[in-house]
Design a protein around this ligand. Sequence first.
Ligand SMILES: Cc1cc2nc3c(=O)[nH]c(=O)nc-3n(C[C@H](O)[C@H](O)[C@H](O)COP(=O)(O)O)c2cc1C
Ligand code: SF4
Length: 566
Amino acid sequence: MSLLTELLNLQEQHGWLSKDRLRTLAKQSNVPLHQLQSLVSFYTHFQTTAPAPLELHVCRDMTCHLHGATQQTELLKKQIVDTTHTVIKEVSCLGRCDNAPVADIDGCPFSITDLTASNANTTDLTAFVPPPLGPSRMIPWDGDRFRSDPYHSEKEHYQALTTMLDQTKGAEQAIQTLKQSGLKGMGGAGFPTGVKWELVRNQPGHPKYVVVNADESEPGTFKDRALLEYFPHLVIEGMLIAAHCVGSQQAIIFIRHEYRHEKEKILTAIRKAEDRGLLTLVPLKQLLDNQNPDQSSTLEDNRDENLIEVSLFVSPGGYILGEETALLEALEDKRGEPRNKPPFPGTAGLRNQPTLINNVETLAMVPVIMQQGGDWWKSQGLSSFEGLKFISVSGHITYPGTYEVPVGLPVSELIERAGGVDSGRRLKAFAPGGASSMFLPAEKVDTPIDFKALQDAGSMLGSGALFVVAEGTNMLDIAVNVVRFFRNESCGKCVPCRIGTQKTVALLDHVRLGTQPCERLQVLPELAETLLQTSICGLGQVALNPILSVLEYFQTDLPSDTNIDT
Ligand SMILES: Cc1cc2nc3c(=O)[nH]c(=O)nc-3n(C[C@H](O)[C@H](O)[C@H](O)COP(=O)(O)O)c2cc1C
Ligand code: SF4
């Protein structure tokens, strides 16, 4: 078993990691104690002190904050009488923004509104049983069938894969179809998927790995969670097709620990695929140990070998682990700090071997493209736009949820589909691509949902998360909350990101308190540029985006009427 998995299991079993248990694990695993301690101190999920009998974890990030989580947490903290028994902890985004504000007890998420609206005694939560959240709201573009799902019944599942395996040049053709479709990575960077697969396929070396990135942790983003819940078989099929195409027999699904329910869904789907003889489920250590990196093998040698080894790896958490090289470090039992690139994972990834990493949604789209063809996929976009997309919609919106949309749909139409801004209010601002995308003013709401169109409008499609803000909201307050999230989640490897985000939050707090003049914010565009140029990974590169949007579009939300030149 991997060390991180051992640590997670120990914590699950005992509630925390005592010194004695760490010592025993170090001995059993034959690793120095300091190695375990360096892991435990990096991953915030690990606890080295005994937890209180009842711990309430409240999300403090963007969507929950917008829905009053901060005030409700303060209120709850004041109400709790026995603070040795019940502790309220603020945690990072739980990926349940469609039910905001949310909290969890023992890993069971629930809506705080259910807590305050129920008859629960908020001074003593001992008897409170969290009401489970219902299934995610997932809405197809037309009718009640999702265009992205090529299958009408369970019997049909995996047809795209078996068709490909039956063809002599199935893998080459599949890559051509993907390239033809123009499918782009849905994890945020938008890299062309077919091109990436071809690069990994053409890499010499064995073994090769395929990794499904299900770490989704950016505030406002929960589309992957909905896909794992509704279409786990499409994700697995996309992953298996990818493995066959790049010449890999080892695939790993990397899922955040908060997605317990979705983990069960994907496990059930894995077992069904196993029954069909398409894969075999193995522990990560076995998957890695079965390999001899020196073994020379070619794609041709593997062509008849259809059985793929699959492992499910539960991530100990932290937004940074979604970054593909931080994720690889975690799989190698190291602290999840991003690597310098190049080399990219496609050439030197897991254990320095060629590794294909794709987002959940990217892989879930593969079966329908294989079944319907690249041109069909392209034709799904509106007017000159191409393809389909899933968008998480949250914030001040009547019906939050995950929406399937044709690429090119104006943001305004998606807002309308989701019931409009809540309580009949007018739109003030929106972030089209999660917390890291720039907030745009209502005037730009007709921008089409598309990588380039949103970039041209001054923001980005990012993680595919539309966050809606109603009139009457102070954008500085939202921006400070988001920058604080990036400060909290910075892995600290590079100085500009680690110190830059700290200094920015401190400055913003001062300005809000009136202890520093608003003009001091003038330094932020230059600081943001420094972070962009000098940070190793995307977190630092975009960390100041939210505050830049305030300086650009919402200066009237600053404490005084200062004019800050952006
Ligand atoms: C800080 C940070 C967090 C990220 N989180 C995720 C994530 O949770 N899921 C994801 O698929 N990609 C995430 N990414 C992007 C990945 O690094 C990578 O580009 C992606 O998994 C590649 O898959 P794709 O080509 O299918 O998009 C993140 C990037 C950064 C910089
Ligand atoms: S930019 Fe920030 S999060 Fe990314 S590697 Fe550097 S310190 Fe870590």
